[in-house]
Ligand binder design. Sequence first.
Ligand code: I3S
Length: 128
Amino acid sequence: SSPDSDGCTPELEKAGLLNKTKIAEGGKKLRKNWSPSWVVLVGNSLVFFKDPKSQTPSSWKPGNSRPESSVDLRGAKLHWTNELSSKKNVFKLRTVTGNEFLLQSETDSLIREWYTTIQNVIDRLDRE
Ligand code: I3S
């Protein structure tokens, strides 16, 4: 059986290293500050961890490490953007509470996978 045969642990959808910056908090614009972040998509949340070097896909669990922040994906919006950064492969994530993040990877296929996987979770939550 799977390690979560009781179904009490939310499903780990995806984990990996992305460049991240928060650009708004509650609708208020913030100064950009890009940094690498270990990003974990689990259940209805996108969870950010600070120190990518100490993270592995199995170390996201509560108690194993402390998330920097966590984003509720219910009602969130994703948009590819060429205007908000000079970097390539950037999309914006906006939460219902008006928090906005840019996520980026130099690897086209990788950032497309993240976009699709996060959008699938948002779509699933929209149908609930
Ligand atoms: O939107 P901006 O102001 O061009 O964003 C750049 C700044 O955040 C810059 O930091 P300083 O304001 O301390 O110079 C960053 O180093 C750049 O990476 C930001 O631009 P990009 O195009 O990389 O998102």
